[in-house]
Design a protein around this ligand. Structure first.
Ligand SMILES: C[S@@+](CC[C@H](N)C(=O)[O-])C[C@H]1O[C@@H](n2cnc3c(N)ncnc32)[C@H](O)[C@@H]1O
Length: 251
């Protein structure tokens, strides 16, 4: 797995706790060397983690990631911070293996509290893709869905799938990298995608968002595990459920 724009590792800490003994490698990256160095210190005892700086506005091949392909890429509230959304998403797609999955969290446009906080920083206004973002750095759900499809993703979903409200201002997009002609041989040997959903609270309590995510992922043929972050401190991560629907061949 690769995380881009990991920053203060707020998403990372939940993921890493849940991923222990489940993945081979987690590469944490950010533009800022200070974030990378703080993460290296925080996760120094996690054997499957690697750390490096990665600028999403430069070619990955020139930053030591030549020929590296990841099964899953995490991008939590970072893509909007780059100057050109289309180019950034294309670079991210180029780092995914055929059939690999992008999980991207983004806040949607029109949140006044954001303008009064990060909106006063210079970096917030550095976007240059004015045909997509003429006046404001955040875009709406439809624009994200269209962009992801345009740069080479299929089966794009956005959750929660509900009318505008407090919860729907922060969305998680999941998208599968489209398989090119020369990728088909590789993808035919790849295994069923596995989706790990981390919920807050006790495992046996209902959690509508986690349930919804599980249903959507399973519709796309993924094997689902729901775990709770409750036991993070003890290093345990109980799994409540594991399910798998019949896999569809990658498109
Ligand atoms: C809003 S923070 C999100 C941090 C973290 N992922 C989270 O969810 O809390 C945005 C992060 O994106 C990083 N960032 C900004 N531009 C970037 C770029 N061009 N390449 C990689 N990371 C970038 C920043 O350094 C910052 O850590």
């Amino acid at each position: 797995m690769l995380e881009v724009g990991g920053g203060t590792a707020s998403a990372t800490s939940y993921l890493v706790a849940a991923l222990e003994r489940r993945i081979a490698e987690y590469l944490f990256t950010d533009l800022g060397a200070s974030f990378v160095s703080a993460a290296r210190q925080e996760f120094r005892n996690v054997p499957f983690m690697r750390f490096q700086t990665l600028d999403l506005e430069s070619a990955p091949a020139e930053q030591g990631l030549d020929g590296e392909f990841f099964d899953v890429i995490i991008a939590s509230n970072v893509v909007h911070a780059t100057s050109d959304l289309r180019q950034t998403l294309s670079r991210i797609a180029s780092l995914l293996a055929p059939g690999g999955i992008l999980l991207m969290a983004e806040t949607l446009a029109g949140q006044p509290w954001i303008d009064m906080t990060v909106g006063i920083t210079e970096g917030w206004w550095r976007f240059t893709d004015l045909e997509l973002r003429p006046r404001y750095p955040l875009v709406d759900k439809q624009s994200w869905m269209a962009l992801l499809a345009e740069v080479g993703f299929h089966s794009v979903i956005a959750l929660p799938d509900e009318e505008p409200g407090i919860l729907s201002s922060q969305l998680i997009f999941a998208a599968v990298r489209r398989t090119g002609e020369h990728d088909r041989k590789v993808s035919s040997t790849t295994s069923v995608p596995q989706v790990l959903i981390i919920k807050s609270g006790a495992l046996d309590l209902p959690h509508p968002f986690a349930e919804l995510l599980a249903i959507e992922a399973s519709k796309h043929g993924a094997r689902i595990s729901i775990v709770s972050s409750d036991t993070r401190a003890s290093g345990q991560m109980p799994v409540r459920r594991s399910s798998r629907r019949k896999s569809r061949s990658p498109g």
